[in-house]
Design a protein around this ligand. Structure first.
Ligand code: G3I
Length: 385
């Protein structure tokens, strides 16, 4: 037999082995793109249907083939990070703009990924005219309700059958001790029942979509009580609430975070409502601000990891993620989804909040799209190690 034929046969043998090893899940090669040198399962495989595992994505960043490949490989659900917010989809009264979010929904459909809608009613990133008149005064209740219903009907109607569930109301609870609801344009115009009304409108707009209440810091003891009060009020009002989104914006120095999360998951389970850890990240930079109020700003924030994350901090972050995932698994059946708020460190909102431009490292993949120790820690917990 001649040399070219020998080479051809050996080529097939090697390729056959490679495919077989991949099918066995033993090799996921760097050739997969994204520069990921990994062995074994992906996150979406390791989670084994116990809950959805997702990431917040942006339509623009999905143009990056490496990032798109990473998302399709690791996650079974995505949340548009900004594209479905009222400010993004409502260029003006009576108008809707869906192009950017549609691109994410199309990407998800191509890769068998579910889409979570974020968010229908939020005090931030919403056009003023929804709830405020030209004179600066709150709109009359009926007019504001009409606007809210038109918004929810228009957005949920456009995505009926394509979005599995919606953050119907986002961050309605107050951060102030002793104060229940945050003051917002919707609340000023409609009254305290704007939350119930939003859920009623959402339930009618797409009866098959799941409906969520989403907030930050509700794993902390005081805000948890407020969130439980809200869950009970929604139930008493007869509206459907499928899950509460605990955003999960943690700080690596805040040791107690995972325990608080576990207690909160147990508390919501006792109320008969599921939990989504809906915006998970672990901040490694120093900051004074707690929570995740987008309006909070700090001056002069330190930026110690511009050249990269020191190994010991990456390890501490990995242990933190490990504890978060153990909290998620501690109450079987209680958690319906875990969503990371971004894909790789370069995409995180924490690079520009609460202080101006810094170099943060809060996610599972670094700026070269390589898995960090945090990734291996999450995978390990999912695999039962
Ligand atoms: O799209 C514009 C761009 O045209 C403009 O040039 C640029 C200049 O600053 O701004 C761009 O918009 C930014 C947008 O993100 C898209 O990148 C906004 O300024 C910026 O404020 C916005 O920040 C988002 C923030 O919510 C406020 O909407 C973050 O990306 C997003 O991660 C963050 O997400 C929130 C959740 O919705 C709710 N929970 C807290 C979480 C973190 O704040």
């Amino acid at each position: 037999m001649g040399r070219p034929a020998m080479r051809l046969r050996w080529g097939w043998v090697v390729a056959g082995w490679w495919v077989w090893l991949r099918l066995c899940g033993l090799v996921v090669a760097a050739a997969d793109g994204g520069g990921a040198e990994r062995e074994g399962e992906t996150l979406r495989e390791a989670v084994r249907g116990r809950f959805l595992i997702g990431a917040a994505v942006s339509a623009r960043r999905l143009n990056d083939p490496g990032l798109a490949e990473l998302v399709a490989r690791e996650f079974d659900s995505v949340t548009p990070e900004n594209e479905l917010k009222p400010a993004s989809v409502r260029p003006g009264p009576g108008q809707f703009r869906f192009e950017a979010a549609d691109r994410i929904v199309d990407f998800a459909a191509t890769h068998g990924i579910k889409v979570v809608g974020h968010t229908l009613c939020w005090h931030s990133q919403a056009p003023r005219w929804l709830f405020v008149g030209e004179d600066g005064a709150p709109l009359p209740r009926e007019k504001a309700l009409k606007n809210l219903k038109e918004h929810i009907d228009g957005v949920m109607g456009h995505y009926r059958g394509k979005v599995v569930g919606w953050d119907v109301v986002n961050e309605a609870l107050s951060d102030r001790p002793g104060e229940y609801l945050r003051q917002t344009p919707a609340r000023r115009a409609i009254g305290d029942d704007y939350i119930v009304k939003a859920f009623e409108f959402a339930q009618a707009a797409d009866p098959d979509a799941e409906l969520y209440y989403n907030d930050y810091g509700i794993e902390g003891p005081e805000k948890l009580q407020k969130a439980i009060r809200l869950v009970r009020e929604l139930k008493a009002a007869g509206v459907r609430l499928d899950a509460v989104g605990i955003q999960g914006h943690f700080v690596v120095r805040d040791e107690e975070g995972p325990e608080r999360l576990e207690r909160a998951i147990g508390a919501f389970q006792a109320e008969g409502v599921k939990v989504a850890v809906s915006e998970l990240d672990v901040d490694v930079l120093p900051r004074r601000t707690r929570g995740a109020d987008v309006a909070a700003r700090e001056r002069g924030g330190l930026d110690p990891y511009r050249e990269g994350l020191p190994a010991e901090v990456a390890e501490a972050q990995a242990r933190y993620y490990e504890r978060v995932m153990r909290a998620v698994l501690a109450h079987p059946g209680a958690v319906c989804r875990v969503t990371f708020w971004g894909t790789h460190d370069g995409t995180s909102w924490l690079n520009s909040w609460p202080a101006g431009r810094r170099t943060n490292h809060p996610l599972l993949f670094d700026r070269d799209l390589k898995p960090k120790p945090a990734y291996r820690a999450v995978l390990g917990v999912l695999e039962g190690r």
